[in-house]
Design a protein around this ligand. Sequence first.
Ligand SMILES: Cc1cc2nc3c(=O)[nH]c(=O)nc-3n(C[C@H](O)[C@H](O)[C@H](O)COP(=O)(O)OP(=O)(O)OC[C@H]3O[C@@H](n4cnc5c(N)ncnc54)[C@H](O)[C@@H]3O)c2cc1C
Length: 487
Amino acid sequence: MKEQASEVASNEEFIKRLKNSFNGRFIEDENEKAPFLFDWRKRYKGNALAVVQPLSTQDVAAVVQCCLQHKVAIVPQGGSTGLSGGSVPNPNGRAIVLSLVKLNQIRQLDIANNTITVEAGCILENIQQQALANDRLFPLSLASQGTCTIGGNLSSNAGGVQVLRYGNARALCLGLEIVTANGEIWNGLRGLRKDNTGYDLRDLFIGAEGTLGIITAAVLQLFPLPKNKMVAWLSVNSITDAVRLLALAQEHLNSGLSAFELISKACLDLVLHHFQNSKSPLDKSSEWNILLELSSSESTHSAQHQLTVFLEKALEQGLIQDGIISQSEQQAKQLWSLRENISEAQAKEGKNIKHDVALPISKIAEFVESTEKQLKQAFPNIQLICFGHLGDGNLHFNVSLKNSLKNPAAQEQLLANQEAINLITHNQVAHLNGSISAEHGLGVLRRDEAARYKSKVELILMAQIKKALDPFNLMNPGKVLHPDLLI
Ligand SMILES: Cc1cc2nc3c(=O)[nH]c(=O)nc-3n(C[C@H](O)[C@H](O)[C@H](O)COP(=O)(O)OP(=O)(O)OC[C@H]3O[C@@H](n4cnc5c(N)ncnc54)[C@H](O)[C@@H]3O)c2cc1C
């Protein structure tokens, strides 16, 4: 990285200058800083000279300029729900946390263009509600939507449960406003669906996990509200049948198919155990279940007909064993909650090793079968918690221990084997031409493993982009790319 004579001020002097450089909240008290120094899973803990919460894009630019002048690293942070440790500062180092949560205004709603312009700290759920209040849908949907921010969603290119129909965060974003590592403001808030005027800078910042610049605002696409939403819970014998069922659903439900989620029996049992109000949708549960959502612009009658014809075909072909269709919004929510509560149920159960992998859909059954076999040969006591967005080829393939709730020592032992478990899982992902991070990003969790599976050319190109946009490596250093790659 570039050498430059910086104004080396003491930490105290830097803090004094930073405090006076912007409008917003400045936190330096250790107790008040503490909640900003952890991730959601409490796997990472860092340190920071201060936490700042600017009120405007100009304030963000002023913070970046002050940090640049004194060569202090900046860790952007939204709701800190990320699962790869990207929003946590490094334990050692001279850094501040730049929390965007006070930059939370809806700037513009353009109904004719079907777009909404929002600031980075807007909570995802608030954007959805704002869209709804204007008879529009903002389809990005995650279990963490009550806490995560759109800046975090875009920076980690979040996926969620509607990708099958509407695409991931990247696909939903038409324009960005960025504070660059240089402290300049780039206003790229264009609500255009077509713009071929050179390199796509917007796409560089999306998914960059805060390592190239700060997202301060975004133009997002809105969609007409579906007239009907119907949810079905279906039991299937195998993942192979689930994949065939997906093809049948795509054929019969067309673009109305908005979610196709795979849920193993182990996941369902975990949710039923930890959420007292939940109940099993079917009398007899099978090894695998599908939660399918139809979002239709047709009348209720014809949407029901479409779904019925599809289910009859599926039964005829022996692809499903049993199933129910939601009869009310309330029932649809109950079925969704069984899917959405899996992450929390796992957290309540204890430690587990998460894998967020993407595979060609045609390879998913082979992946699960072969990886489970290899893992169980090496670690006979493990239990797989496997669920995910089958329609996107994205599995959450998590490894835990059987009945380990009251056995912290066993859980620690599981974590001690993390590296070996990751190696087996991710080698198999690579063998099947998949990706070791489908929607959670690399952060620090997957940074070095990604380097193992990416080609040298890809790594060099990534490092060149980083060096060009952030020559002093101040933007979320240590995340995505190992510092050694930046020398
Ligand atoms: C219960 C639960 C369920 C989840 N389900 C899903 C899911 O289905 N799909 C999915 O994709 N993810 C999921 N996640 C992960 C997480 O919610 C998403 O990654 C979310 O998009 C992170 O948003 P955040 O505001 O919390 O970002 P943070 O965690 O605060 O940050 C994430 C990354 O973005 C950077 N960043 C944050 N804001 C900015 C900004 N304004 N400018 C530049 N960089 C920034 C941070 O430095 C960090 O590297 C889930 C998490 C939980 C806890």
